[in-house]
Ligand binder design. Sequence first.
Ligand SMILES: [Zn+2]
Ligand SMILES: [Zn+2]
Length: 276
Amino acid sequence: MLYNQSLVNLHTHSFYCKHGTGTIAEFVSRAKEDGLKVLGFSEHCPLPDREYQKGNRMDYPDLPFYEADVRAQMNDPDIRVLLGAECDWLPDEESFYRDGLLGERGYDYLCCSIHHMVDPSDGREKFIQYINDMPVGHMLEYVRLYTDALRSGLFLFGCHPDLFLAGYRHWDADARAASRDIIQCAKACDIPLEINDNGLRKKIVETENGPRHPYPVREFWEMARDEGLKIVTNSDAHRPKDVAAHLTNSFAFASQAGIRFASWDIDESGITCVQA
Ligand SMILES: [Zn+2]
Ligand SMILES: [Zn+2]
């Protein structure tokens, strides 16, 4: 069955990640109130063998509880609930994502992100938006990691691909080349990229070309549109009231950029993206 973007949110976090609020059941009931027909949970994925972003992520022992909570909502006749995870691309975790989450644990989908890099000014790992004046070398490393994630073939879509522009606030030849590399890789792998509504809900940042949202960045998405990429949108909700926020903000952003969203096709064999 085909679902257009106005019926779907596949990027949802909850109290499980420790920087979100709301139970799985609360998200489902709010999603139904807001008219969604498909709700995918994509909790930041914990790792069995390392404490990645401890305190700001689900603990690994909580994973079975998260999975059971999501599965308990799957028989609702009014909404289709999917079990997913947002995975930071850490190459040595590839087999956990593939054989653990998608294999043994039976996840419906995974989506990929690069959230953190080391700030050269103090050597600390930070959310990319807080790396002031990101060096070009960092941007290239981001592109390398992000495109490796896309090429792994594990992910249904790429989350906030333009997050690096929250740290690198120029739209110069380097930024254009980095953007083109990500977009062309996604196109070649036939993986949709996401206009992330959470960025539109964050505070405006200053750039040499004036104020803008930290992400999504209009120039990136105009390039994606021109390359004929499949483009989707998600709320990236961290509290129930935001579960369908993308239907206003991101839809307006996309329409200003002349973007037509792709749709999701869901049946017994799984979920795929189609340019309808
Ligand atoms: Zn989060
Ligand atoms: Zn994210």
